[in-house]
Unconditional design. Structure first.
Length: 514
């Protein structure tokens, strides 16, 4: 007993030292792993096209998954060592009491039953929420977020939202909203639970039978020791199975896809772009709802191409396909004669600049105290202050920087200014300008156009616009869209002489200013 107590103290001291050391090392190691995968995932996701980004199959992926997988593996190894040790103790106990290995085998009966039972993570599965009341509740809960506040208050929607939420909650009733894995586990039949329950009582039945038929072979201390060992062993097996499940989930979460391809071409004049028999529909729309239908055209390197058409004609979709925000459903998009899908997305992004809405930013920066260093939306602020009590802490709280508010137009200017800054890198070979004048007056539109003309050298430019004016007169090529097809193609003078769709749209717009 003295040796047992001394051993207990020794191992207690050693385990405390190891625990203290691990708690000092773990945060640093975790931080390095998480930061590494933050960088990795940020790089992967920023290069994704829109369909891949909206794909729900990677929603379990996070920068913490590799560390969680490592810790689960470490925990699994620890539990396995503990099981081996506990089995050794039980084996020693039963051998010293001449009970044989039968008891040791019975102790693992219930965990073995658990091992052969399938859980949700051990089989291929898809879990989808289909209850409309539950989905509506989740959507309504999101409306409390900051970005919806202005619309809710200005539209006097508070009571409506509360009413609709209560209605959806009543419609949901008592339907379980637990995690799918829990619901799957709860659906087991009574037979499975009965077998598991009986298997868990096998050790008790064994030493009860021994005590009944051979009282001299079983002491109360032995019974107590075996009972404690059996319970501990059972929990160790539960931990092993749970750790194995956690490890399996984290390994699944660590799976990521990298896209490889050819290097992007280097052209002094700009990119040559071509759509060849392209058909496209946005994800989630009906199969017959084609935005582009068998469209073919070519833009030569260095050309200024203007795409015009009525709303819904498909003109803005060109930009999304040419910049590979989406991939075509049929046909192909070619860059310098090669399919755009063969190029590395990272290299492709470096050679493309997309511009939309307003373009001036210097006057916005002049309004901000710290200029480019201004943080628009602060995060990481933690406080517990009784406001308006005039305490020293309250004074500090009131001095803290709050979020800087800028208008939507000013934000657009800040975003667009980055595009012009990228022109200086000399890597941009294709500039896509989508509806550049929607927020500009004629003077601002002219200034934008002149700025782009000055930066045009070595770049192919594609403008998408619903306003004509001086823009189309300087274009090398005009594509006039109608119902998802290229109705006409040519210069301003050529299309005006045809007196077709472009001529009609141009005259209609010009008459509004007469």
């Amino acid at each position: 007993m003295v040796m047992a107590v001394l051993a207990r103290i020794l191992f207690g001291v050693c385990s405390s030292l190891v625990y203290h050391w691990s708690k000092g090392v773990e945060p640093r190691a975790k931080s390095r792993v998480v930061h590494h995968y933050d960088d990795f995932l940020l790089s992967v996701r920023l290069k994704m096209d829109l369909p891949s980004l909206s794909d729900k199959s990677d929603h379990h992926v996070s920068s913490g998954s590799p560390w969680s997988a490592f810790m689960a593996l470490l925990g699994l190894c620890t539990k396995l060592f503990a099981v081996v040790s506990q089995l050794g103790l039980i084996s020693h106990t039963v051998r010293s009491g001449n009970h044989g290995m039968i008891f040791a085998i019975l102790c693992i009966g219930k965990p073995l039953v658990r091992f052969f039972q399938q859980d949700l993570w051990s089989i291929p599965h898809i879990a989808e929420t289909t209850n409309t009341d539950y989905l509506r509740m989740k959507a309504l809960l999101r409306l409390e977020e900051k970005e919806y506040r202005l619309d809710i208050l200005s539209g006097d929607l508070v009571q409506y939202i509360i009413s609709e939420f209560r209605k959806a909650r009543e419609g949901l009733g008592e339907i379980s909203t637990d995690w799918p894995g829990s619901q799957y586990w709860e659906q087991r039949g009574p037979t499975t639970n009965l077998i598991a329950s009986i298997a868990g009582d096998l050790p008790l039945m064994y030493y009860a039978a021994v005590a009944l038929f051979k009282p001299a072979a079983m002491s109360l201390s032995t019974i107590a020791s075996l009972q404690q060992s059996a319970v501990l062993l059972r929990w160790l097996f539960w931990d092993i199975f749970n750790q194995a499940d956690v490890l399996r989930q984290n390994i699944n979460s660590c799976t990521a896809t990298l896209r490889f391809g050819e290097d992007c071409p280097k052209s002094e004049k700009g990119m040559a772009l071509e759509l060849r028999n392209v058909t496209f529909s946005y994800p989630g729309t009906k199969e017959n709802a084609k935005v582009l239908d068998d469209v073919s055209f070519k833009i030569n390197p260095g050309e200024l191409c203007v795409v015009v058409g009525s709303n819904g004609s498909g003109k803005s979709t060109f930009v999304k396909l040419l910049t590979r925000l989406y991939d075509v459903n049929g046909g192909s998009v070619l860059v310098d004669g090669e399919d755009i899908r063969r190029y590395k997305i990272a290299d492709l992004r470096q050679t493309i600049a997309t511009l939309s809405q307003d373009h001036l930013a210097s006057e916005v920066l002049g309004k901000l105290d710290k200029g480019l260093e201004t943080v628009l939306d602060h995060s990481g602020l933690q406080y517990r202050v009784n406001v308006d009590e005039n305490t020293e802490l309250d004074t500090v709280y009131k001095k803290l920087k709050k979020s800087v508010e800028v208008s939507g137009g000013e934000r657009q200017r800040l975003v667009a200014s980055r595009t012009f800054m990228r022109f200086k890198s000399k890597k941009i070979k294709f500039v896509a300008v989508d509806e550049p004048s929607s927020a500009l007056d004629p003077e601002g539109e002219l200034k934008l156009f002149n700025n782009l003309r000055e930066a045009r050298a070595g770049k192919t430019m594609v403008f998408v616009t619903h306003r004509f004016g001086h823009l189309t007169k300087y274009a090398d090529k005009i594509l006039c869209m109608k119902d998802g097809k290229v109705a006409e193609c040519g210069t301003h003078e050529e299309l005006m002489r045809k007196e077709g769709e472009y001529h009609k749209m141009y005259k209609t717009q010009a008459e509004a200013f007469q």
